[in-house]
Design a protein. Structure first.
Length: 262
C-alpha cells in the first residue's frame, strides 16, 4: 500500500474491522501434509476459508469506500483492481407480488372485459343494476347463438354477504335464453317459487344448492355443470333476455335488484 493511500485512510478515522491473519493461515495450511484425495478436491477445501476471508475483507473495504473522500475511493478501488467499477447507491425495488386471481375467474363466465367492451360485444342493451354500486368485475362469454352473455360480479360488502357457492357478494348475468322448459329439473330438491315481476315470468330458487339450465334461441338446452348455485332469481324478460341474480340474498332483495336493471 503506498504512502498516499495510507495517509488518506488514516484521516478517515473509521473503525476498521479486525483483519484476519490470512498469510499465517495460508502458510499453516501449506505446511500440512496433503491427504490422499484427488488434488482438485483438496485444493478447494484448503482455499475455501481463504476465499471467504478475502471476500469479507473486500466487502468491508468497499463499504468504507462508499463513505470515503473521492481521492480515497479512487485509491482504494485502484488498489483492489476495481478502478473501472462504478458503484451506485440504489433504493431497493419492491418485491414482486403474486398476481391475484380476477374476481369471478373460477365461475366459467368467459373472459374479463371492461364495461365499455361488454357493451360493444353484446348484441343487446346492457347496464349494471341501478340498485348496486359499480360492478367489481365484468365478464363476457360468447356461447351460441350470437349475442353472448354478460356477467357483473360484485365483491362481498355491506348488504352483500359472501356466497359459499360463488365466493362473491353477488352475480348478475344477462343473455338471450329462457328457463321455462327446464327450470324444474334444474332446481332439483331446492325450493322453486313462480311469480311475475312487472309482467315478466320470474322464478326464485332457494334452499339447497341447485343447477342452472336454460334453452337458447335455437332450442338447445345448456347448463352449468362446473358448480351448484345458491339462491337464484331468474327473470324471462319481454325483450327475450334472461336475467339471473345469484347470491346469499332473499327473494325481496333479488326482485329489487332485478327491477333496477330495467
Amino acid at each position: 500500500m503506498n504512502e498516499r493511500l495510507a495517509a488518506e485512510l488514516a484521516a478517515l478515522e473509521v473503525a476498521w474491522p479486525p483483519t484476519p491473519d490470512i498469510a499465517g493461515v495460508v502458510l499453516a495450511r501449506v505446511d500440512e501434509p496433503a491427504p490422499a484425495r484427488p488434488p482438485r478436491r483438496v485444493r478447494r477445501r484448503r482455499l475455501a476459508p481463504v476465499l471467504a476471508w478475502t471476500a469479507a475483507a473486500l466487502v468491508a473495504a468497499l463499504g468504507i469506500t462508499m463513505a470515503a473522500s473521492p481521492s480515497a475511493r479512487s485509491a482504494i478501488l485502484e488498489w483492489l483492481g476495481l478502478k473501472s467499477v462504478k458503484i451506485e447507491r440504489k433504493a431497493p425495488t419492491a418485491t414482486p407480488q403474486p398476481r391475484r386471481s380476477q374476481l369471478g375467474e373460477e365461475l366459467a363466465l368467459g373472459r374479463a372485459v371492461s364495461l365499455a367492451e361488454a357493451r360493444r360485444l353484446a348484441r343487446f342493451r346492457i347496464r349494471p343494476a341501478g340498485a348496486l354500486p359499480a360492478p367489481d368485475a365484468v365478464w363476457y362469454d360468447a356461447p351460441p347463438p350470437a349475442g353472448g352473455r354478460v356477467s357483473f360480479v360484485y365483491r362481498p360488502q355491506p348488504g352483500l354477504t359472501r356466497s359459499p357457492q360463488t365466493g362473491t357478494g353477488l352475480l348478475v348475468s344477462e343473455w338471450r335464453a329462457t328457463v321455462t322448459p327446464v327450470v324444474e329439473k334444474a332446481a332439483g330438491a331446492a325450493k322453486l317459487e313462480r311469480f311475475e315481476i312487472d309482467g315478466d315470468h320470474a322464478f326464485f330458487i332457494s334452499g339447497k344448492p341447485h343447477g342452472v339450465a336454460w334453452t337458447d334461441d335455437n332450442g338447445d338446452v345448456s347448463y352449468e355443470n362446473q358448480r351448484l348455485a345458491g339462491n337464484t332469481l331468474l327473470v324471462e324478460r319481454g325483450d327475450g333476455l334472461l336475467l339471473r341474480v345469484e347470491g346469499d340474498i332473499g327473494r325481496a332483495d333479488a326482485v329489487r335488484i332485478a327491477r333496477s336493471v330495467r
